[in-house]
Write a protein that binds this ligand. Structure first.
Ligand code: XMP
Ligand code: MG
Length: 176
């Protein structure tokens, strides 16, 4: 297996990720059947999770992409950088798909921007949640669908990066 020197240990293997993502897909299938939801991939980190998640949802759906980030290297900058326009979501059942919730600054900002566009509903699916790292202002923020709650570790792989590297690892690893 390819484990770069900067990876301290593997937190979730490819198989563990596949099983958890499959379970989330099952829940989404039963919650969104007959609704033609719009799944929005929050770029870039959620791209791998997104691709696996939507293939586990067994009902008609559409996809969109939205670019936002607040990280620089391994630190949250606190400043959310939204680089795209919110797609036309009026009256749509929207599921925002994010790789990880940390301080929740990014998703709180993205969620507010999406809510301004009058979706019929807006839910959040995230693979990882670092609950203990919430910004005081967003301490009650939680996702509607969560893969795993993790401690305060910097993790990479399965789409997550450190300065753009390691997104291609098929597992989630702890960065040294
Ligand atoms: P906030 O703090 O706004 O952060 O909830 C969410 C965004 O920060 C990135 N992030 C990470 N990226 N490993 C990463 O590769 C991590 O451990 C990590 N923690 C936060 C991520 O891009 C997410 O969208
Ligand atoms: Mg990132």
């Amino acid at each position: 297996m390819y484990v770069p020197e900067k990876i301290e240990r593997i937190l979730y293997t490819q198989e563990e990720l596949a099983e958890r993502v499959r379970q989330l897909g099952e829940r989404l299938t039963s919650d969104y059947g007959g609704k033609n939801p719009l799944f929005v991939c929050v770029l870039k980190g959620s791209v791998v999770f997104f691709a696996d998640l939507i293939r586990g949802v067994r009902c008609p759906l559409e996809i969109e992409f939205y670019k936002a980030s607040s990280y620089d290297g391994t630190r949250s900058t606190g400043k959310v950088d939204s680089k795209s326009d919110v797609p036309d979501i009026t009256g749509r059942d929207v599921v925002l798909v994010e790789d990880i919730v940390d301080t929740a600054r990014t998703l709180s900002d993205v969620k507010a921007r999406f809510l301004e566009k009058s979706p019929a509903s807006l839910k959040i699916a995230c693979l990882l949640d670092k609950r203990s790292c919430r910004d005081e202002r967003f301490k009650n923020f939680s996702a509607d669908y969560t893969g795993f709650e993790i401690e305060n570790l910097f993790v990479v792989g399965y789409g997550l990066d450190c300065s753009q590297a390691f997104r291609n690892l098929p597992y989630i690893g702890v960065y040294k």
